[in-house]
Design a protein. Structure first.
Length: 124
């Protein structure tokens, strides 16, 4: 097989691109409506829905536009994506863990008014 032989690689069709575009528009319009519309959901629920729609939209883009499927390039693109995601999760989790413990162990705490009044009543 020569370097320019792409017969076995999946290529996008007009139908596939239109499906991907339609899903992308839908996955963008719904969170936009949730933020800009008069929706009576809590802020946490709206944020969760937006993050979920963003994750689904990333998958839509990878499948319909970047053609990242288990069959493309014998699965190496998907394998490298999974490896990259694992590294990103480890890096983010480690960073958050370190920052949490630095904050807990090194930052001085300010006394609240309740703590101050409780301490003065015990000294009497």
């Amino acid at each position: 097989m020569s370097a320019h032989d792409h017969a076995s690689e999946p290529h996008g069709t007009l139908r596939g691109y239109l499906i991907g575009f339609s899903l992308s528009v839908l996955l963008t319009a719904v969170p936009f409506w949730l933020v800009m519309g008069d929706v009576s959901w809590s802020k946490q629920a709206i944020a969760f829905v937006i993050v979920a729609f963003a994750a689904v939209q990333m998958v839509v883009h990878m499948v319909f536009f970047l053609h990242m499927t288990p069959k493309s390039e014998d699965g190496w693109t998907l394998t490298s994506l999974v490896f990259t995601l694992i590294l990103v999760v480890i890096t983010l989790a480690g960073s958050l863990w370190v920052m949490y413990h630095l904050d807990t162990n090194m930052m001085p705490r300010q006394k609240t008014s309740h703590q101050t009044s409780h301490e003065t009543s015990q000294q009497r």
